[in-house]
Ligand binder design. Structure first.
Ligand code: BGC
Length: 811
């Protein structure tokens, strides 16, 4: 069952009922100012950091789900309704929500009044703009009222929902004409405030929530709206809000348009006040002045659309598969931008007050983002590397505002260092910019001990060399990619963090997954050393990689698949010897992607085992058989009921690893089959089972052991976005950036047909036509570049050209 449809021409998903199985959200904002916005106008806004600079309040775990947002109420006689249905839930005569790329549109109609909202955040200013157009569709005059509504968060979202003994006394606002200024804590250490304004003379305002709603009402029954009159209260403590009242007369057929602006303003420390107690509004006024007319709004909206058209034009495919076209050209790249911006901080499943930027998460997000805005990727790499420790290990997370590592979780996740190599290598393969390797980058933000980024990569690599266990495999530490496989934790009491309880290091527990990573990213690091002319380092690294391959083959191979790990007692995890959890997906994907077992048939065996033991119609499960009880020695992974999350869920993130691994052994049919199973557009028809948004990936789909097999959770912020884009663009479609130039080596289903890709790479536009006359799954027989046949798969990079035409003919 579907709850909407894709409108590919407009790059929108059109939701045709507000009653989607779960809130289906969109993200507004590209740089610093962000809004999460659901299909019923729920959500919240923050500047840079969802925990520390939260502008509007959201309520988690609410009994009426998703009821705080930025709302518009329309009072038409006795009927009060919202264009996005929530929070009054008045039945609408028609409803539509269009989530687009960086914007959303809502159209609600009730009793012949149409309210159309367009809302977005311009690429270059910290403000959310909403155009509200009210139209009288009937043939009699209408006198209606429009009320806006936002509830301010007192900035620190964590403290905001805990510290009432303080917070109920600190709320402060100012109101001038049609602008409401939220200035809580500005009197002391904050140098920022928020504004909410409308480009018209208002008929009233409200800044006290209790006055607006009535003390015991929810947002569904706001007393002041029912009364039809705001009381112009200036809030003092309690719960500050912002609401405007506009009385609107509409002749038959007439429309009126209003532009609302919600902005964030920072003032210099010595320029905070206009006079004692009155905030300096110059910057706010200048910001608002930019968006005073409908034309200003439309122009900014056009600019945003152009900004996105340009970004999305960097990789564009035309094939006969509409799902691939749609996901590759629009939604997958869009999600990559969102995950790059948010890491795992703010979604409808991540509160924005828990995790900040993940070290490994952000490094992986780069893989799907780097082609869009390489300069931002460069800055991010330096930020991430700056949180590394001198021994090569790293803070597992850092806060986006301070860019400092979070010491409550600390370090000890032993895969983290290698992801820095992955992200940096992707950046250099994309851009050719080796200057980044010479940048001086601090450790733990301490510039006095800074070294070059290349030295950071060396320490990343050597961290693994220096932390091996009894089988010469890498020690796992608190966990590797699988945060829930905690082999050194042994937590017996509820409330203890699975990751942070117990020692950060154990001298025994080892990870075959990290071993696979070491091979893959060790080789990428060696290639960078070679590029810098350091052949001695290259040789040293490759020798270490060979040793690791030998260790995997000796103790990481179980006969039919790769072992997952060794626990603290040196017992195998993910082996046929185990009662539960006999086979795990991660080492099969990572080892084969690294090329381990490709020559001796083990890769094929491992992937056949994956198909036989882990596959379902909704995707490939992370492990089998599911753990049925809590295993002290394995940790959080066994805390989940069977079929959920890391305990035998379909963890979407590592499905592309399997698909890529299949391309490494040339099986395009199977690679694509795996791609399709979790691909949002392909599974749109089962939205009532899948339940999360059908235009983006979710972190997890419940596995075969779960009661709700096929149901997804944790949409949007998942490494699945970056890895799937890497998979489809670089491995299945086969346009892979190497250090020397773009290589063309597709691995598609035999019946996929010919296709064309436009790829902007290092400033050159490549028009690549791929022909598959003999319906093979892999292998390029000839490559012609501007009419000249070249040897091999790599298009020689020539910066003097602006456009290059390539024809690749498969075997
Ligand atoms: C985390 C990732 C981790 C994955 C698997 C996600 O929630 O953000 O860092 O790799 O779970 O445990």
């Amino acid at each position: 069952m579907k709850f909407g449809y894709f409108d590919d021409n407009n790059k929108e998903y059109v939701i045709t009922t507000p009653k989607t199985p779960l809130p289906w959200i969109n993200y507004l904002g590209c740089n610093d100012f962000f809004t999460l916005l659901s299909n019923t106008c729920g959500g919240y806004t923050f500047y840079k950091d969802a925990k520390l600079l939260r502008m509007t309040r959201y309520r988690y775990n609410d009994t009426t789900p998703d009821t705080n947002g930025k709302y518009f109420y329309i009072k038409d006689g006795d009927t009060i309704w919202n264009p996005g249905w929530q929070p009054t839930k008045t039945e609408l005569d028609s409803y539509e929500c269009r989530h687009g790329i960086g914007y959303s549109k809502f159209t609600g109609v009730k009793n012949n009044v149409e309210a159309a909202l367009v809302t977005f955040v311009p690429a270059d200013n910290p403000v959310e703009l909403t155009k509200v157009t009210l139209t009288n569709k009937g043939d009699a005059k209408k006198d209606i009222q429009l009320f806006s509504y936002v509830e301010w968060c007192l900035w620190n979202a964590d403290d905001d929902m805990k510290n009432y003994q303080r917070n109920l006394s600190i709320g402060e606002v100012e109101v001038v004409d049609s602008t409401i200024y939220h200035k809580t804590e500005y009197r002391e250490r904050r140098n920022h405030y928020a504004v909410y304004s409308v480009n018209a003379k208002i008929d009233g305002f409200e800044t006290s929530r209790d006055e607006f709603r009535g003390a015991y009402n929810g947002p569904d029954k706001p007393a002041a709206v029912i009364e039809g009159k705001l009381h112009n209260t200036i809030a003092s403590g309690w719960y500050p809000i912002a609401s405007h009242q506009l009385n609107v007369s509409l002749e038959a057929g007439e429309s009126k348009t209003f532009v609302f602006a919600l902005g964030y303003i920072e003032n210099a420390e010595d320029d905070k006040w206009e006079k004692p107690g009155v905030i300096n509004k110059k910057k706010a006024d200048a910001l608002l002045a930019k968006y005073q007319t409908t034309e200003d709004f439309d122009k900014a909206f056009d600019e945003l659309c152009k900004y996105w058209d340009n970004l999305l034009s960097k990789f564009h495919i035309k094939s006969s598969d509409e799902h691939v076209n749609r996901m590759v050209n629009i939604w997958n790249q869009y999600q990559c931008m969102v995950t790059f911006n948010m890491s795992r901080s703010a979604s409808y499943y991540e509160t924005g007050i828990g995790r900040g930027m993940g070290f490994r998460d952000s490094c992986q997000d780069l893989l799907g983002f780097v082609h869009l805005i390489p300069d931002r990727a460069r800055e991010r790499i330096i930020d991430i590397a700056s949180t590394q420790f001198q021994d090569g290990s790293a803070y597992h997370q850092y806060q986006p505002l301070t860019k400092k590592g979070n010491s409550d979780i600390g370090s000890g996740f032993n895969d983290d260092p290698l992801w820095l190599i992955a992200g940096t290598s992707a950046y250099i393969r994309e851009t050719g910019d080796t200057s980044i390797l010479k940048e001086m980058v601090p450790y733990d933000n301490d510039m006095s001990v800074a070294t070059t980024l290349m030295e950071h990569l060396k320490r990343s690599f050597d961290y693994i060399v220096n932390h091996k266990g009894p089988h010469d495999l890498p020690l796992i530490g608190r966990a590797d990619w699988n945060d829930c496989l905690n082999l050194n934790c042994f937590s017996e009491h509820p409330g203890e963090s699975f990751q942070c309880f117990g020692p950060s290091e154990g001298p025994v527990a080892e990870s075959v997954f990290i071993a696979g990573m070491f091979v893959k990213y060790g080789r990428e690091y060696a290639a960078l050393a070679k590029l810098l002319g350091d052949t001695a380092e290259e040789a040293r690294v490759l020798a270490e990689v060979d040793k690791m391959i030998a260790a995997i083959e000796k103790d990481g191979w179980d006969g039919e698949w790769f072992v997952r790990a060794y626990d603290a007692y040196s017992h195998k995890v993910g082996s046929k010897e185990c009662d539960e959890g006999q086979i795990y997906i991660e080492p099969q994907g990572m080892c084969v992607m690294a090329g381990v077992g490709v020559d001796n048939g083990n890769a094929e065996k491992a992937l056949n085992s994956v198909k036989a033991k882990l596959d379902t119609k909704y995707g490939v499960m992370i492990l089998q058989p599911a753990y049925t009880r809590y295993h002290l020695e394995l940790g959080e992974i066994t805390s989940y009921p069977p079929g959920y999350k890391e305990n035998a869920g379909i963890f979407c993130h590592n499905n592309p690893w399997i698909s890529i691994a299949e391309t490494c052994i040339g099986r395009g049919d199977r690679a694509f089959e795996v791609y399709k199973k979790t691909c949002p557009s392909y599974i749109e028809d089962i939205s009532e089972i899948h339940r999360t948004e059908p235009y983006v990936y979710s972190q997890m789909v419940a596995g075969a052991d779960a009661k709700f097999h096929g149901e997804a959770k944790n949409s949007w912020l998942t490494g699945t976005a970056a890895w799937t884009f890497t998979n489809i663009s670089q491995y299945i479609l086969g346009i892979y950036p190497t250090l020397e130039g773009l290589s063309v080596n597709p691995c598609t289903p035999a019946a996929f047909g010919d296709f064309n890709v436009t790829r902007v790479y290092r400033g050159v536009t490549y028009n690549i036509e791929i022909k598959n006359p003999n319906k093979v799954q892999k292998g390029v027989a000839s490559l012609t570049v501007d009419g000249v046949e070249v040897q091999g798969n790599v298009i020689p990079f020539d910066p003097s050209k602006k456009v290059v035409n390539v024809i690749a003919t498969m075997k």
